[in-house]
Design a protein around this ligand. Structure first.
Ligand code: SAH
Length: 216
């Protein structure tokens, strides 16, 4: 994500009714935030929010939480939300590493990762959102039958992620494709901002769907 400092974005996030400020305080009671018991789907690293806001509009029966670490990107989603006023979406500005402090075990029904930062240097592998370290964090919040869906055009990151699923003890690969837009999984696919850009450039999009193994 190209970063541009957007003046006042921190203030806007702090004042917005659509962002959750003390996110750890809602751990285990996110149903109170939304005032219903609908399932919660989250996107980690949502950028400007096109993907998750499209889903929220299409699925009023699901609650969405968009997570993004940079204020200057998150404000773009807030600007859209001021127009749309979707009742079933909230945003958190936070570093994903702390995700298990924000949601209780089984509180999240689905996790989306879209075009996550590649962190190409080996010594930064732990920072990739599909590393074994992150998969372990997701185990603490994702329902046992909940899926994690990951899309990227970065083949190295995708291959790494396939290996990590294998290496992580508690995960199984449900399906994957190296060319989403020419596969059966394209049906109902909602494009992200990055995806639109990369598809226009002719890049193939990889996608995988994984879940936790049933306990033996
Ligand atoms: N999902 C969007 C944006 C992809 S760019 C799309 O597909 O269009 C990746 C985004 O993830 C960036 O906005 C970046 O700031 C955010 N991000 C990367 N690592 C993160 C982390 N550890 N915690 C929270 N957000 C993160």
């Amino acid at each position: 994500m190209r970063l541009r400092n957007v003046p006042g974005s921190r203030d806007m996030i702090a004042e917005s009714p659509f962002t959750i400020k003390d996110e750890t305080e809602w751990k285990g009671r996110w149903n109170e935030v939304f005032d219903n018991d609908h399932p919660i789907h989250i996107e980690i690293g949502m950028g400007k929010g096109q993907f998750i806001m499209t889903l929220a509009k299409e699925h009023p029966e699901i609650n969405y939480v968009g997570i993004e670490k940079y204020s200057s990107v998150l404000v773009r989603a807030l600007e859209k939300q001021q127009e749309m006023e979707l009742p079933n979406i909230k945003f958190i500005r936070m570093e994903a590493e702390n995700i298990a402090e924000v949601f209780a075990p089984d509180e999240v029904a689905r996790i989306y990762l879209n075009f996550s930062d590649p962190w190409p240097k080996d010594r930064h592998a732990k920072r990739r959102l599909t590393s074994v370290q992150f998969l372990q964090r997701y185990e603490n919040i994702l329902q046992k039958d909940g899926h994690l869906i990951f899309k990227t055009d970065n083949r190295d990151l995708f291959d790494f992620s396939l290996e990590q699923v294998e290496e992580a003890e508690h995960w199984i690969l449900l399906n994957h494709t190296f060319d989403l837009h020419h596969s059966e999984y394209v049906e109902g696919n909602v494009m992200t901002e990055y995806e639109q850009r990369f598809v226009e450039k002719g890049n193939a999009i990889c996608r995988m769907e994984i879940m936790q193994k049933a306990p033996e």
